[in-house]
Write a protein that binds this ligand. Sequence first.
Ligand SMILES: N[C@@H](CCC(=O)N[C@@H](CS)C(=O)NCC(=O)O)C(=O)O
Length: 292
Amino acid sequence: MIDETSYVPPKVWEWETDGENGGRFASINRPIAGATHDKVLPTGKHPLQLYSLATPNGVKVTIMLEELLALGHSGAEYNAHLIDIMEGDQFGSGFVDINPNSKIPALLDTSMPEPTRLFESGSILLYLAEKFNAFIPNDPALKTECLNWLFWQMGAAPYLGGGFGHFYAYAPIKIKYCIDRFTMEVKRQLDLLDKHLANNQYMCGDEYTIADIAIWPWYSVVINNEAYEAAEFLDVQSYKHLQRWTEKIAQREAVIRGRKVNRPFGPAEDQLHERHDASDFDTKTQDKLNPE
Ligand SMILES: N[C@@H](CCC(=O)N[C@@H](CS)C(=O)NCC(=O)O)C(=O)O
């Protein structure tokens, strides 16, 4: 049993590979960057090769790609390959070549003279928005506001997931100090979004942009109790404007499609493990591949 009150940090921290304190992510947490094994990544026929998983960070990119395709941008056609982070796929050499940070999502744009690697979901959204001139305002002031919120999300998510979610839902022991600290911050984030959305239809006014596409996957799962089972604890019902925005975006066809891609968990009809063709949504979800 871990006794958190009597722990005195040693002079120099050491990695206890057989320690009891790894928690749920013990098998993938490492203090060393780089590949652990050789593995060539699969590739498909489309210009964009996505290596991902349907966590909120992964869903941002599949929603963006489905939104671009819905607008008629055929250059956004993509193959989505499943990366199982609990099995350590993010440490394979092919994946690390695309993302040295070993985290999903990672994207390869093969339509360029030299294939372009992309990692960090915010960088991927910005790249795609600029490449197709879509979901990013043309007006300089609005574009700046869009980027303000995009980068806000990139900084805020680690407090929500890595801080609050980790200590509230995943840590092997409940530590009041940590839960209080991150709940304070997450409630402040929820209130910030609620107040902003009281006066704005979307994050940048009337236009649906990559700021919404970045923020929605994280805060909708908290509002809908699909992450951390914390909806009651966080009193999400009280954030009415955030709820309105969450529900409106959830109804978009591209959002419904994007959420299913690279999803090996949840209801069978929502699980499209890999997406190699638009028709896969009709024929390759788990309910179709494995009917009862
Ligand atoms: N800031 C990164 C975060 C990406 C991230 O944390 N990905 C997680 C899944 S949501 C991951 O791949 N974790 C595997 C690991 O940490 O080994 C982004 O937005 O792309």
